[in-house]
Design a protein around this ligand. Structure first.
Ligand code: NAP
Length: 546
């Protein structure tokens, strides 16, 4: 028997160090680790001890005999990985014991943001004796994209929030939520109270298409739509027009596939999830029958992962279709597959070939279109159609009243820090913020996550990324490169409570969490989210939201 890693793998590699026979690949530091779709267990080496399943934060690892039917293919997917990458070196990775130097027994770090990259950094830092971490977050709730980005039907992925909450409850972690850096406090002020400031606030803008009609009503960014169905208070009350028969999603990354799934699946698939009640209500009366997913590249190089594409092909009540004229494998695809850039080409091709030959039988369909570039959104006030251009310059017009642009995210400049506007990131060297003019590190300033490396990778990718930034920071501590702050974090808490009386601390978040879970229990759901800042703040105070 062997254990098998399945679709929900978050890539954070918590399973790797605990494996006594080191049969999980790729490992942090391996060349494939930063681009892999998931981790895999070598069935020939696994000794069936289950340590990996116990360590997995998202319950993605199963004994072979207990694989859920929807995940049965992952037995072969794991085995196939090792057919292509035979297991060689099984020497355990060295475990680094992090500690502060004797000359610096105390270290205070402010982390801006409370999403995955911030909380992986907080987890690493707060394990070290002598370290105090202050986490500042603009909204009243932590977890970032785990709460507001991960699709509600990916419930296992959301389980990582439980791990993050354990970090937030540590005695040396101070939570200051509903506090905006740049409005309630500046980076310079944070540096008066901490040795270092680590910016981990993600990428909060969208990559633009740059085509006429992009601003029309009915053209919305996937970021808005995803935040809406996840009940983010900034957009939870927005209204989207779901009354037409067709929606068009631009891009074929994993966000595009999430959006397509949410629009196409019967709403019953979400009724028991954490999806916003307002989104559930809107989706119940949706008239959308067809969701067209438009990609510039062919299926071999489509930005989505094979596992997500595969699960799209298995959705009950939804047909996955493709246009037979667009699915031929090109020489470029084969070349990419040989160089390893095309992921699992054979598996992708099988899914898309089946989609191209499927006869529609369900009330709803997702149509994957390839090698088409959107060149114009048409309509007077609101979108009524989209023009797609083929590589040979010919065009096709599709009627639609809803275009969701899932063209990727983009970092936003952080107040008080340099910004590389062409890459949409903070210029940095291994997480040390650098002066863009000289390339020299700016003392005490660090970054991690999407604002450091760009908007790529899954939740767990941030673990290794934040570990790198924390290692840079600790090296600077050892080299005495940080300045002793004149004031402590307690004074900062007093200052911020005066400036922002609605500040939410760890117990406030605990009360919100418990109240949402309580509401969920009554409805047979894991949680019912409060959809406005007002209600979240009531819950934080222990009062009953409306
Ligand atoms: P992404 O993977 O970068 O995909 C962006 C898509 O938009 C690509 O298909 C890209 O096409 C297309 N695009 C960009 N500019 C365009 C333009 N001007 N016109 C037409 N198409 C354009 O970004 P994402 O989907 O937002 O995902 C962000 C990250 O989150 C990814 O690493 C993703 O894997 C991760 N994520 C993972 C999951 C999951 O594991 N379930 C779920 C959601 C997000 P090209 O490929 O041709 O550039």
């Amino acid at each position: 028997m062997t254990f098998v890693i399945t679709q929900s793998c978050c890539d954070d590699a918590s399973c790797v160090p605990v494996c006594p026979v080191q049969c999980i690949r790729p490992r942090p530091g391996d060349p494939e680790f930063t681009t892999t779709e998931q981790l895999y267990i070598d069935p020939g080496t696994c000794i069936d001890c289950g340590a990996c399943a116990f360590a997995c934060p998202v319950e993605a690892i199963f004994p072979e005999a207990e694989l859920p039917p929807s995940q049965a293919d992952f037995r072969d997917i794991n085995a196939d990985y090792f057919a292509a990458h035979p297991l060689q070196d099984v020497t355990p990775l060295p475990i680094e014991r992090r500690r502060l130097p004797r000359t610096q027994p105390e270290l205070r770090v402010a982390i801006v943001g409370a999403g995955p990259s911030a909380l992986y950094a907080a987890a690493e830092l707060s394990e070290i004796r002598g370290v105090t971490v202050t986490i500042l977050e603009r909204t009243p709730t932590p977890h970032g994209l785990v709460r507001a980005g991960v699709a509600p039907d990916h419930e296992r992925t959301k389980l990582i929030g439980d791990r993050f909450d354990r970090v937030l409850r540590r005695p040396n972690v101070i939570c200051l939520f509903n506090v905006e850096v740049g409005r309630h406090v500046s980076v310079a002020e944070l540096l008066r109270h901490h040795h270092a400031v680590l910016w981990a606030a993600g990428a909060s803008d969208d990559r633009r298409l740059g085509v006429p009609g992009e601003e029309l009503e009915g053209s919305i960014s996937a970021r808005e739509f995803v935040s809406w169905y996840n009940g983010h208070p900034d957009v939870a009350r927005r209204h989207f027009d779901l009354s037409g028969p067709r929606a068009v999603v631009i891009g074929n990354g994993n966000v595009a596939l999430d959006v397509a799934r949410v629009l196409a699946r019967p709403v019953t698939a979400f009724e028991k999830t954490t999806m916003s009640d307002l989104a559930l209500q809107a989706l119940r009366s949706s008239r959308i029958e067809e969701v067209v997913v438009v990609g510039r590249r062919g299926q071999a190089l489509a930005a989505c992962s094979t596992a997500e594409l595969f699960s799209l092909s298995r959705l009950p009540g939804v047909d996955l279709l493709a246009d037979p004229a667009e699915v031929a494998v090109t020489d470029r695809d084969l070349q990419a597959a040989r160089s390893g850039a095309a992921g699992d080409l054979a598996r992708r091709q099988a899914i898309i070939d089946a989609a191209a030959h499927r006869r529609p039988a369900s009330p709803r369909r997702i149509v994957m279109r390839f090698r088409l570039t959107p060149t114009e959104l048409t309509g007077d006030q609101a979108v009524s159609g989209i023009v797609l251009t083929r590589p040979d310059g010919t065009t096709e017009a599709l009627e639609t009243s809803l275009v969701i642009r899932a063209a990727g995210f983009r970092g936003r400049a952080a107040p008080g820090l340099p910004f590389d506007s062409s890459a949409g990131i903070i210029p940095n060297d291994g997480g040390r913020v650098v002066d863009p003019g000289t390339g020299h590190p700016l003392p005490g300033l660090y970054c991690t996550g999407w604002i450091k490396r760009g908007p790529t990778g899954v939740i767990g990718t941030n673990r290794a990324d934040s570990a790198e930034t924390v290692a840079s920071l600790l090296r600077d501590v050892a080299d005495h490169r940080l300045t002793e702050p004149p004031d402590g974090p307690e004074q900062l808490v007093d200052l911020l409570r005066r400036r922002q009386p609605d500040l939410v601390d760890a117990s406030g978040w605990g009360r919100i969490d418990e109240a949402e879970k309580h509401a969920g229990r009554a409805a047979g759901r894991s949680r019912v989210k409060f959809l406005s800042t007002y209600d979240l703040l009531l819950a934080a105070r222990g009062e009953h939201p409306r």
